[in-house]
Design a protein around this ligand. Structure first.
Ligand SMILES: C[S@@+](CC[C@H](N)C(=O)[O-])C[C@H]1O[C@@H](n2cnc3c(N)ncnc32)[C@H](O)[C@@H]1O
Length: 342
């Protein structure tokens, strides 16, 4: 086993992982008639959704993915198919690839086609038809589920946690509460990088059992403590100078995020800061691919999506925060969004 520490650049792994969406965004768009519609006319997202009977919010995520793959263009708010898409992906084009890309020819290869098609039509993730939401959306979870989510998120978050922890913002605050901390990897890395920083790791109580194991393994116990709090249904601890959320807002709708931002605002002191670690969509909704593909995963598995800085600005300002900023945080594709309570 390699003893090398993780670096902060895991973009190659992200690219490999997110490549799973490249084929389905194309096959779904062919089946929906999207390339034909955007060859015949330039349309807004809402016009295209209405013409093809699709969910406009979900369609916007698909269009961002197609745009970052060079298959559609957006000009002054209107979409059109690119020359490549018209030549190879229009069903009436002489050189149409559809017969080759057809699912019948490749049974079992394109397993994301059906759930993605369904989500773009309905705007809902496939499992929302059942009564049970995913484990992390319930007010409690089993010990087994908590261990699974912690391990899963820990593997995913190591590089951005390291990149984020050395940003100057965390040397400027005395304390930080990591809300919905998962394994606690972000807060633990922040404590390691900033010797005077006090860190609270907040998550559901079952997850805190796992968090305590990660704290013990990393030897930062005296400055890092777990906080068993249901962020929706229980009062938030006060006394922390800043709040940090990694991959939390992308799980939820704008309305729920406004609620979380307000809870954070109310629990912070004057001058307190809020930080979000997220992969940001650009302000035009045209990509980039790492955010657009991640957004499709959110569409399939959560109630959220990847947001742009403009969208975060609206959410954070609605709660009273000011000075909304973002910078790349040196952790793979992640950015650090920050704002201040006046
Ligand atoms: C997508 S994970 C993010 C984990 C971590 N921040 C990271 O990026 O590695 C979402 C986290 O939110 C937590 N969570 C979900 N609902 C919660 C609630 N009501 N109160 C507190 N934490 C919650 C989950 O247990 C999970 O750890």
């Amino acid at each position: 086993m390699s003893a090398l520490p993780p670096t902060t650049d895991d973009t190659r792994i992200w690219d490999i992982w997110e490549s799973m969406f490249i084929l389905p965004v194309v096959t779904v768009s062919i089946e929906l008639g999207l390339f034909k519609a955007l060859s015949d006319a330039t349309l807004t997202t809402e016009e295209l959704a209405s013409q093809l009977s699709l969910d406009a919010r979900a369609l916007a995520l698909l269009l961002a993915a197609l745009c970052s793959q060079g298959l559609v263009d957006k000009r002054m708010g209107r979409w059109s198919a690119t020359h490549e898409a018209r030549r190879w992906l229009h069903p009436q084009a002489k050189a149409f690839w559809g017969a080759f890309l057809s699912l019948d020819r490749m049974p079992g290869v394109n397993t994301l086609h059906a759930p993605l098609l369904d989500a773009i039509k309905t705007g809902k993730r496939p499992q929302s038809r059942s009564d049970a939401p995913p484990e992390w959306e319930r007010p409690s979870m089993t010990a087994e589920a908590a261990a699974g989510v912690a391990a899963f998120m820990h593997a995913h978050s190591q590089a951005p946690a390291r990149g984020t922890s050395v940003q100057s913002e965390f040397a400027e605050v005395a304390s930080v509460m990591d809300v919905g901390c998962g394994s606690g990897v972000y807060g633990i890395e922040m404590a390691r990088a900033n010797p005077r920083l006090q860190v609270g790791l907040m998550d559901l109580k079952e997850m805190c059992v796992e968090v305590n194991k990660y704290i013990a393994a990393d030897g930062v116990g005296d400055r890092v403590q777990s906080l068993a709090v249901d962020m929706f249904n229980e009062p938030w601890p006060t006394g922390y100078e800043s709040h940090f959320f990694a991959n939390i807002f992308h799980d939820w709708s704008v309305e729920t995020n406004k609620l979380l931002a307000k809870k954070s605002f109310d629990a912070l002191p004057a001058g307190g800061r809020i930080f979000l670690s997220e992969i940001l969509m650009d302000d035009e909704g045209t990509g980039p691919w790492p955010a657009a593909a991640f957004s499709l995963l959110m569409l399939l598995s959560t109630l959220g999506k990847q947001y742009s800085l403009c969208e975060f600005q609206e959410i954070l300002e609605s709660a009273g925060f000011t000075e909304v900023r973002a910078k790349r945080s040196g952790g793979g594709y992640y950015s650090l969004v920050s704002a201040r309570k006046p």
